[in-house]
Design a protein around this ligand. Structure first.
Ligand SMILES: C[S@@+](CC[C@H](N)C(=O)[O-])C[C@H]1O[C@@H](n2cnc3c(N)ncnc32)[C@H](O)[C@@H]1O
Length: 318
């Protein structure tokens, strides 16, 4: 008899993860599923909103201090861009950082490959190695990624989508992958601030963030075979001060019977599906997390309003 072969079906694993979350009490969907083609475009539009100052604050920091960061990092790094999206933030730094290799990693494969195809002709001298991967559980680098001088670039405060303990595990993984290579991280962190400002950033007047949140349900329909009707759900965002995070939820606007092949779940009017956490940090709090992960902070820069920070840290041998 031939040996049995265990086959891993990524689509089945995604379906299983989503359905487990939908059956949980309270129900939840991981925020990494926001990014289908429309989700990626909606996120780009959100970055243009007056309420979403985060992207502008970060851009102001790179504009003012990018040269100082580049001096601290040194030329020729292997630039590994986590959740690269449209790759625009890294591309803006190329003329300062002069990376020898660019490794954008993203779960949204088509959007990533389109972004790199647009970028490569503008920077023909930089080797580009796109990697389609969900790094939330297992960040891995293919053998074609150079070991020298690795710099993990994680802008946009995306690390805030992980709980502090998950963020610590991811930082430790980054350290393991760059230790001994004069490696480090360049990370953007949204800072704790006034509750009203934080909540407006996740519940804008035009309703783009609401559309971004609701679009998740259509993506889940395609991934898991559910029959969500976005008209039955409402976007909600609030700052949970005790946990230091903005939470996004979808609330059933009426009683909803959600079905998928072989199963169903009933949601009462007002019941919630938790779709995103965005943890906010103080510089001290995030510095402590970096130290626990084995990094030494080399430099930190903030915008004029102290709304956002970019931190450069090196993997320490100890
Ligand atoms: C909020 S966007 C940020 C895009 C860009 N880096 C920026 O700062 O503007 C998050 C990006 O990370 C990707 N992403 C989210 N979760 C991910 C995961 N677990 N693994 C890989 N990519 C992920 C999304 O597809 C999306 O492109």
């Amino acid at each position: 008899m031939p040996p049995s072969v265990e086959t891993f079906d990524p689509q089945a694993a995604i379906r299983a993860e989503l359905l487990e979350g939908l059956l949980a009490e309270p129900a939840h969907i991981a925020s990494k599923y926001f990014y289908d083609a429309l989700g990626c475009k909606l996120f780009e539009a959100i970055c243009e909103l007056p309420e979403y100052a985060l992207t502008r604050n970060e851009a102001a920091i790179f504009a003012e201090h990018g040269a100082a960061m580049a001096r601290a990092i040194g030329p020729g790094c292997t630039l590994i861009d986590l959740g690269a999206g449209n790759c625009a933030k890294a591309a803006a730094l190329f003329p300062l950082l002069h990376p020898s290799q660019y490794v954008p990693i993203d779960i949204s494969q088509d959007f990533l490959l389109e972004s790199v195809a647009r970028l490569q002709p503008r920077f023909a001298h930089i080797e580009m190695t796109p990697v389609a991967q969900d790094f939330s559980e297992h960040l891995q680098l293919p053998a074609s990624v150079r070991e020298q001088h690795r710099l993990f670039f994680y802008p946009g405060s995306s690390i805030g989508n992980f709980s502090p303990s998950q963020a610590l595990a991811l930082l430790r993984r980054m350290r393991a992958l760059c230790l001994g290579s004069d490696g480090g991280v360049l990370i953007g962190i949204d800072l704790l601030k006034d509750k009203a400002v934080l909540e407006a950033a996740y519940d804008d007047a035009l309703g783009l963030t609401a559309a971004f949140n609701l679009n998740l349900l259509r993506h889940v329909n395609r991934l898991a075979g559910t029959d969500f009707d976005v008209k039955q759900w409402l976007h909600r965002a609030h700052f949970n001060a005790a946990l230091g995070r903005v939470e996004m939820h979808l609330l059933a606007a009426e009683d909803v019977r959600l079905s998928w092949p072989g199963q169903q779940r009933f949601f009462m009017s007002g019941e919630s599906i938790h779709t995103e956490n965005s943890y906010k940090y103080s510089i001290e709090g995030f510095t402590e997390l970096l130290q626990r992960a084995g990094f030494e902070v080399q430099g930190q820069w903030t915008d004029a309003d102290q709304g956002f920070a970019v931190i450069h840290a090196r993997a320490s041998a100890g």
